[in-house]
Design a protein around this ligand. Structure first.
Ligand SMILES: C[S@@+](CC[C@H](N)C(=O)[O-])C[C@H]1O[C@@H](n2cnc3c(N)ncnc32)[C@H](O)[C@@H]1O
Length: 337
């Protein structure tokens, strides 16, 4: 069974694929019109915003759903799910496509357990698999197993919202981007400024952990191999908002359940810091490249704690979540000073 789009260019083939089809705001407007019914049905997840969807804003989640509908991938790699909010939207889109699976990599065993239960409770468990561990160790194993089984020959859809450090970005650019097939989509979250602005120094608020700069420099240095689109820029563009609002898009009000980021508090609206990237260049590798990376230095105590939490997640996590929910309700009921 073929689990990603076919490899269009042979590995090492320097020929770039010509950009084809609409992109950016044009693509978003087209997808909103085409999948308006699916967008309306996403409202069933709204009650979960307060518990799951703290960091991923409204326009981002609608566009994530739409891009998965559009690409109709057989396999999505997700790094990382946390409580499963992004996973839920990917799985819902796969379900509406009637095909495909999302494999999510989560370092924290508690979040791994929660992500699994989030998709199961939504009746989408059959679209999802959650792998617990450092994605840099686990993804090569999963990818290579699937490749040997003939189920995968590259990455068609890559969702990135994990560790936001420069070394982590260096790892995924060196090891995952070469596997992405021509026409494959890459989503990177927490990228506020467009790459051109980061590289030219025009980005006024640099993202502190370094991912944004490493990614921007790679994209600008290889601009013939990619095209990209900033959602944060789109939601500040009134022409974009006018085009998508008739279909339920462009709603930017701060959700009551979300804790606003300082930039959002200043703007008075959700900032939606997502960068969408399409690979135009050839797939550079079919086998996982195993380029080296700085391993995580997890102290022994934390490693042991993680083993125990993983084993006991089925009893520990529900208790922890009930306590969290009680605190959240108590806080919501307390009038602010
Ligand atoms: C920003 S959160 C993801 C939010 C999620 N996409 C959502 O929609 O709510 C980042 C997650 O990455 C996980 N993470 C960080 N480093 C990781 C690594 N090396 N391997 C796997 N997961 C990692 C964290 O445990 C955390 O759950």
């Amino acid at each position: 069974m073929q689990y990603t789009r076919p490899v269009i260019a042979a590995p090492g083939d320097p020929s770039a694929r010509r950009p084809s089809g609409p992109w950016g705001s044009d693509l978003a407007a087209e997808l909103y019109a085409r999948f308006a019914d699916g967008i309306a049905r996403l409202e069933r997840f709204d009650p979960l915003v307060a518990t799951l969807g703290k960091s991923y804003a409204g326009e981002e989640r609608r566009l994530l759903y739409l891009m998965v509908r559009h690409a109709a991938p057989e396999l999505v790699f997700e790094l990382s799910p946390k409580r499963g909010w992004s996973t839920l939207h990917i799985a819902a889109a796969l379900e509406d496509n009637g095909r495909g699976k999302v494999i999510s990599f989560e370092l924290d065993p508690v979040y791994g357990h929660l992500a699994r239960s989030t998709v199961r409770r939504a009746g989408l468990g059959h679209r999802s698999e959650v792998v617990v561990g450092d994605v840099r160790d686990m993804l090569p194993q999963v990818y290579e197993r699937w490749r040997r089984d003939g189920r995968v020959s590259g990455i068609g859809f890559l969702f990135i919202d994990s560790e936001h450090s420069a070394p982590f970005a260096t790892w995924y650019i060196a090891n995952l981007f070469p596997l992405v097939v021509p026409g494959g989509l890459i989503h990177v979250h927490d990228i506020e400024a467009a790459p051109e602005r980061v590289v030219s120094g025009a980005a006024t608020i640099p993202e502190p952990l370094g991912e944004e700069r490493v990614l921007a420099e790679h994209l600008i240095a290889h601009r013939e191999a990619y095209r990209w689109w900033s959602v944060a820029a789109a939601v500040r563009d009134s022409a974009y908002l006018e085009r998508v609002r008739p279909w339920g898009g462009g709603r930017l009000a701060l959700s009551p359940g979300r804790r606003p980021h300082p930039i959002e508090a200043a703007l008075g609206m959700e900032r939606n810091p997502t960068l969408w990237i399409e690979k135009l260049g050839a797939q550079e590798a079919v086998a996982y490249p195993y380029r080296p990376f700085e391993p995580l230095r997890v102290p022994l105590g934390r490693r042991l704690r993680n083993v125990i939490r993983r084993r006991l997640a089925f009893v520990y996590v529900p208790l922890r979540e009930r306590r969290r929910e009680r605190r959240r309700r108590a806080k919501a009921a307390t009038p602010s000073a």
